[in-house]
Design a protein around this ligand. Structure first.
Ligand SMILES: [Zn+2]
Ligand SMILES: [Zn+2]
Length: 646
């Protein structure tokens, strides 16, 4: 008999060679119907793999990330079979699951695949899936595996197999199809009810541009047709909300080939929006006891050698800047922390003066390969809403709570309600990986967990995910389309205080090392504004939006009155502009709708006579004719409902 431990901690005995599917059946028929993959002793296994030792077993369904991975990888086999049947002579290479779906890289015998071919491939793949073929793993010797693919003339699979150890090689069969594969499949092809080929792209074999170019076929699949339909609708909506598209339409930012890839240029409306975000955070930070500092965009190479950043960014990032003076080298700063450590070091502190909290909207530069660049989310220069807190180990608890409070306030004021957090702690089996005393680590980990609990965060603890220099908490936020984004991190650091020899005088009159916390609630201004654009679809909260109102004179003769309205709005600190073009009022309304201005203020004869404005909300709601004071109150009420005081 073998003992199987389940995730709830319960232990059950089974006959040797019991499979994960049989374990599922012993729990309930319902579970067995839904189980699609399994992990045994932390290794992915098939649901049909006979288990013959004691161990812990996790069963996954479609609702688990691991379940989806198995589902999508298994579908890549089905699609590969369809491609093989439709394009005889095709050479298959690799077909992994990805975050949303899967891809398969193939070398086509001739010609190419275009979106006109997608439905043929989908049809064929679904036909195969409906055959309910079991996925069967089988071990093969290296010699047999090589012979199989040499016979097919597939040099890619031959290369893969040559790098594998004899005795570890497995094939996966289903229907008439065979593929080299490590495993991790759903029980049979029949579970796949909907398959969509999403796109094709070029991809170099093993990502190396000196290698042959292959065709990468992206796809996704689902256990129900209606889930595919919902996913495709989501994709459509995401396309409309793409921050690169909206950023252009709303005239927020741009890129110039001349300036350089990955270096965003903020246009006046975008720069003003950034400034409002910065001022909002500055105000809250001031209340939370932060002090603003300013540091230069470059620093001596030595600074980053001391901090250790040169080791991390030196080779693969921007190269040192040389000066006319021999041997003098500067780096574009990849991080603000070293500069802030030197600010801390300018004078001695007693424990009574801590914590010190230095904040800066600091622009940093990191080289990203051009293929990795993406709008504002992957750039080569970006501004962090950075701050470093220097405190005693005993103050960590309080500081962590304060940082979480500030982060929740920031996200709440911008309309995010759906957060989770990940707390990354040590791997207790490998204590030598971490610097700093065990006692301090325990204190810090406990401080983070306590703070997360006390603040009611929905969080998970990940063992072994901490950096070598300290534990951390990452904020994750779900946007309006349900997509997860990683935001700012709160990171404890025992390393930099050591490297920069930072100290404070304790109550015992001895010198001690402070603990450092890195934190950035937005992460970076660029990434955050991208997220905000996609979350709101460009309909920013009223306090943040570029123009809060647009005045639309019905005809030329109302222009003077429009000017007067604009003046009084400006006096009331409402951001507004006039559309004074010689266009029909209908056209002006349509275009104001497109530009997502929250309020349209239409002014015609009646308004001028009664000293009112006719207010129409973005989206069409008619608020009637009111005076400017009433309108101002309305705007302020709406702002105060989202923008709470900190
Ligand atoms: Zn496989
Ligand atoms: Zn930092």
């Amino acid at each position: 008999m073998i003992k199987i431990t389940l995730p709830d901690g319960s232990v059950k005995e089974f006959e040797k060679n019991t499979t994960p599917m049989q374990v599922a059946k012993s729990i309930s028929e319902g579970l067995a119907r839904n189980v699609i993959s399994a992990k045994f002793n932390n290794t992915t296994v098939e649901t049909t793999t006979p288990l013959n030792t004691d161990g812990s077993l996790i069963l996954y369904t479609w609702n688990d990330k691991e379940g989806k991975t198995a589902f999508w990888h298994s579908t890549s086999h089905i699609v590969a079979q369809a491609i093989e049947e439709l394009y005889p002579g095709v050479k298959l290479t690799i077909g992994p699951a990805i975050e949303n779906g899967f891809y398969y890289d193939v070398e086509l015998p001739n010609g190419s695949i275009s979106d006109k071919d997608f439905s043929t491939i989908e049809k064929k793949a679904l036909e195969i899936a409906r055959g309910k073929h079991d996925y069967k793993m089988r071990a093969v010797s290296k010699a047999d595996a090589l012979a199989f693919y040499k016979n097919q003339g597939n040099e890619y699979k031959v290369e893969l197999i040559e790098n594998l150890e004899d005795g570890t090689i497995t094939f996966c069969d289903h229907d008439s199809f065979t593929d080299l594969c490590r495993g991790g499949h759903i029980p049979n092809t029949g579970i796949v009810k909907a398959i969509k080929i999403l796109s094709v792209a070029g991809a170099y074999w093993r990502g190396n541009e000196n290698n042959p170019q292959l065709t990468r076929i992206y796809g996704i699949s689902f256990p129900k047709q209606k889930e595919l339909t919902a996913y495709l609708e989501l994709l459509e909506e995401a396309k409309k909300r793409d921050h690169r598209k909206l950023g252009k339409e709303l005239e927020l930012f741009t890129f110039s080939q001349k300036v350089g890839q990955g270096l965003p240029l903020w246009l006046p409306k975008g720069a003003a929006l950034r400034e409002r975000l910065e001022n909002f955070l500055k105000k809250a930070q001031k209340k939370a006891g932060y002090e603003m500092v300013v540091t230069p965009h470059i620093g001596q190479k030595e600074l980053y050698v001391t901090s250790g950043h040169y080791e991390k960014y030196g080779e693969d990032s921007f190269q040192p800047i040389h000066t006319p003076k021999e041997g003098e080298e500067f780096l574009l700063k990849p991080m603000n922390c070293p500069h802030h450590c030197e600010i801390y070091n300018t004078k001695p502190y007693s424990y009574k003066e801590l914590p010190k909290r230095f904040a800066e909207f600091g622009t940093v530069y990191r080289y990203e390969q051009s293929g990795e660049l993406h709008g504002l989310t992957r750039v080569r220069g970006f501004t962090q809403d950075d701050a470093h807190i220097f405190c005693t180990p005993d103050q960590l608890d309080e500081e962590f709570k304060n940082v979480i409070d500030l982060s929740l306030y920031v996200l709440g004021s911008l309309g995010f309600e759906n957060f989770t957090a990940q707390v990354s702690v040590r791997d207790l089996d490998n204590p030598e990986k971490y610097i700093g005393s065990v006692e301090n680590w325990e204190k810090a980990e406990q401080a983070i967990i306590n703070a997360a609990k006390e603040k009611g965060l929905n969080f998970v603890i990940e063992a072994g995910e901490a950096a070598f220099y300290g534990p951390k908490l990452d904020f994750m936020v779900k946007d309006a389309l349900g997509r997860q984004w990683q935001l700012g991190t709160i990171q404890v650091d025992y390393n930099l205080p050591e490297r920069f020899d930072l100290s404070y005088k304790g109550s015992d009159n001895e010198l001690h090392r402070p603990v450092m916390i890195h934190r950035a609630p937005f992460g970076s201004m660029e990434r955050f504004i991208a997220l905000l654009l996609e979350h709101t679809g460009g309909n920013f909260p009223l306090w943040l939006t570029p123009e809060q109102a647009i005045i639309l004179p019905v005809s030329e003769k109302h222009e003077k009155y429009a000017e007067k309205v604009l003046k009084s709005l400006e006096n009331n600190e409402i951001r507004a502009l006039i559309d004074g073009r010689n266009e029909t009022i209908g056209k002006k309304i349509r275009e104001a709708e497109m530009s997502k201005v929250p309020f349209m203020l239409i002014v015609g004869d009646n308004d001028e006579d009664a000293n009112t404005i006719s207010v129409r909300k973005h989206g069409g709601e008619d608020l009637g004719a009111i005076d400017v004071t009433t309108f101002t109150n309305l705007v302020n009420t709406e702002i105060n409902s989202t923008l709470k005081t900190f």
